[in-house]
Design a binder for this molecule. Structure first.
Ligand SMILES: Cc1ncc(COP(=O)(O)O)c(C=O)c1O
Length: 390
């Protein structure tokens, strides 16, 4: 069976070059980067080189890169590391649970959070952020690209607001990294989090940009690793893998791969939209497009259950997801789509197609063959279609 993985926003496979770059650091160069002997020096050199690559990726100084375990840790660090009782925090209602749950915990410690709602297109309005600011506001956190809709947020405008008002600004760039160019200087953020496994690097590895002078408390304390910003023996192979993935991601942005990816996604989307009772989550009310990550298409299918369609497609070799993977198993409709004003039934009947940058024309053809048949079959069976499910 032709198998097509279209769940890249959940995770991506290692690229072979990433695997090859990491391999020696598990086997021959296994040293602890803090040791002074040759084994340690080899590991330290690899970490230093990876840091240089990540500094290019972010457009920052080497000393502003902190390696960590991924997006959840970066998001938690921004919130737990900067906010104190009595502070006010601004974020959005469409963030990943790594932000939302951290904000919920901080409420117990006297931090009040404003969750700015998106417009129906999924875009966060900079003026809505501005309006939410209070004298006690210490931190704004807004994601670069939404994991469910792919909508890219106006972070530069929000960065200007943060600069003008003297508020710290964190960006969850987990879904944006590798899909749009990152430039922390241009954006004007103080903190930015990424995760390797969303861009063909290893799981459990990530990095954070921490602008020099940002008074952030480390989440983990112990040794003096990462300039005392993140204790714990460096995951050298993981760090090497992250840097290789970042290097390849920079090439992909330059060599037309991401542009081609957007064209493939558009072909897929146009093909699926030929079906009656379908539409895209993440476009303006007048139907005009908003900026979106090149690989993501979130589509609603009226009169069927999204979960049933995920299973039907899986049986035909097509892996997609309904809502975000982090909520898989839960039957609750996506908090992102609900926040955009999508009704519950439509939110439940929405699927996320997130393409790998290695997607082929044959993959798109296969999905365009399988989806209409599965949709028609389910609609014929569905109690939703028959109007018996509210
Ligand atoms: C937007 C966003 N932020 C944070 C995370 C968490 O990243 P990680 O899996 O590296 O902990 C994810 C993962 O799905 C994500 O999509």
């Amino acid at each position: 069976m032709h198998r097509v993985y279209m769940d890249a926003n959940a995770t991506t496979p290692l690229l072979p070059e990433v695997m090859e770059a990491m391999r020696p650091y598990w086997l021959e160069h296994f040293g602890n980067a803090s040791s002074i002997h040759q084994h340690g020096q080899k590991a330290r050199t690899a970490v230093d080189q990876a840091r240089e690559t990540m500094a290019r990726f972010f457009n920052c100084h080497d000393a502003e890169v902190v390696f960590n375990s991924g997006g959840t840790e970066g998001d938690n660090t921004a919130i737990f590391g900067l906010l104190h009782p009595g502070d006010h925090f601004i974020t959005t209602s469409i963030e990943h649970s790594a932000i939302l749950q951290a904000a919920a915990r901080m409420a117990r410690f006297g931090v009040d959070t404003t969750f700015v709602a998106p417009q129906p297109s999924g875009l966060i309005g900079p003026t809505d952020i501005l309006r939410a600011i209070r004298p006690q506001t210490r931190l704004i956190s807004v994601m670069l690209a939404n994991n469910e809709t792919g909508v890219i947020q106006p972070v530069e405008e929000i960065g200007r607001i943060a600069a003008d008002t003297g508020i710290f600004f964190h960006i969850d760039a987990v879904q944006g990294a590798g899909k749009v160019e990152l430039d922390v200087r241009r954006i004007g953020c103080h903190l930015l989090s990424i995760s390797a496994h969303k861009m063909h690097g290893p799981k459990g590895t990530g990095a954070m940009f921490v602008r020099r002078g940002t008074p952030i408390e480390p989440l983990l304390v112990g040794g003096s690793h990462e300039r005392r910003q993140r204790a714990g023996t460096e995951n050298v192979a993981g760090i090497v893998g992250l840097a290789k993935a970042a290097e390849l991601a920079m090439h992909s942005l330059d060599d037309g791969t991401i542009y081609r990816l957007a064209q493939m996604r558009d072909r897929l989307e146009a093909g699926i939209l030929q079906l009656p009772g379908t539409g895209v989550n993440g476009i303006a009310a007048n139907g005009s497009p908003v900026p979106r990550a090149a690989n993501t298409s979130n589509i609603w299918f009226d009169n069927l259950e999204g979960e049933a369609l995920v299973i039907a497609l899986d049986m035909k070799g097509v892996a997609v997801s309904g809502g975000s993977a982090c909520h898989s198993g839960a039957t609750e409709p996506s908090h992102v789509l609900l926040a955009m004003g999508v009704n519950k039934n439509r939110a439940r009947a929405s699927l996320r197609f997130s393409l790998l940058k290695t997607v082929t024309d044959a993959d798109i053809d296969h999905v365009l063959q399988v989806v209409p048949a599965a949709v028609e079959h389910l609609r014929a069976l569905s109690p939703v279609a028959a109007g018996t499910l509210g």
